[in-house]
Design a protein around this ligand. Structure first.
Ligand code: KIV
Length: 273
């Protein structure tokens, strides 16, 4: 077997080794231009099914398909060379059985070139995590607030707010870690729960509305760039107003087209100057 000489991309085992040594930094990307700009600064890029809402203006994450996610993941992989690329398995593509999960996850990785998949679900999905990992598919588990469970949760509500609920989220995270998940995303959980889980499992926790104690953090890129309509979630922080920059550029372009100042002759072919 021939082995590539240079493997520059951060690997799944490398991410696991960050625990207790350095924080893991992640953002979402769905398309090449954004992925290209995130690549150097990120340890992993998540091709999240949040693209259903962010990129396709769908009301929730439930309607995105395996084919759509694989196409987005392929674009992100082709545009990057440094960050590990993890892709979300969409709703309905893995919950039915470990076999169904393997078939769709194998398709996802082979079509896109991504290195790992993320699946949502509590202890009941730990068997699927084990099935995938034992067959060569690295799994990032996602517990706590799980957007694909919006209908059973009755909305997007913080989890682990009572002792019993906190214990359930802890047991979910422990079950996935024991099943071989290389990390666990903790979304929308009480801060103390995020801290306790981070101290209790041997693989990295990635917080999103969890705790600063988590081994890493992930956010939706559009939230930090000012590209999300309306208010951003409580757990996000806006680092730039790219939305305002785009709006301003569009207005300047429209004004120049309407006034006839764009295009200038320098933008035309066959003109000697
Ligand atoms: O789909 C997504 O972007 C996610 C993150 C919010 C963790 O799952």
């Amino acid at each position: 077997m021939s082995v590539p000489v240079t493997q520059t991309r951060i690997s799944v085992p490398a991410l696991m080794a960050y625990k207790g040594k350095q924080k893991i930094c992640a953002l979402t990307a769905y398309i090449a231009p954004i992925a290209r700009m995130l690549d150097e600064a990120m340890d992993f890029i998540l091709v999240g099914d949040s693209t259903a809402m962010v990129g396709y203006a769908m009301p929730d994450t439930l309607s995105i398909t395996v084919e759509q996610m694989a196409a987005h993941a392929g674009a992100v992989v082709r545009a990057t060379q440094h960050a590990c690329v993890v892709v979300d398995m969409p709703f309905g593509s893995y919950q039915q059985s470990p076999q169904q999960a393997f078939e769709n996850a194998a398709y996802m990785l082979s079509v896109s070139g991504a290195q790992a998949v993320k699946i949502e679900g509590g202890q009941v999905m730990a068997e699927t995590t084990r099935f995938l990992v034992e067959r060569g598919i690295p799994v990032l588990a996602h517990v706590g607030l799980m957007p694909q469970y919006v209908n059973t949760m009755g909305g997007y509500k913080a989890q682990g707010m009572t002792d019993a609920a906190a214990q359930r989220v802890l047991e979910d995270a422990v079950a996935h870690a024991q099943a071989g998940a290389f990390g666990v995303v903790l979304e929308g959980v009480a801060e103390a729960v995020g801290q306790r889980i981070t101290e209790s499992i041997s693989v990295p926790t990635i917080g999103i509305g969890a705790s600063p104690a988590c081994d890493g953090q992930v956010l939706v890129t559009e939230d930090i760039l000012g590209l999300t309509p309306g208010r951003i979630p409580k757990f996000a922080k806006q680092y730039a107003d790219v939305g305002a920059v785009i709006k301003q550029a569009a207005e300047s372009y429209a004004q120049e087209v309407r006034s006839g100042t764009f295009p200038d002759l320098e933008h035309c072919f066959g003109v000697k100057r």
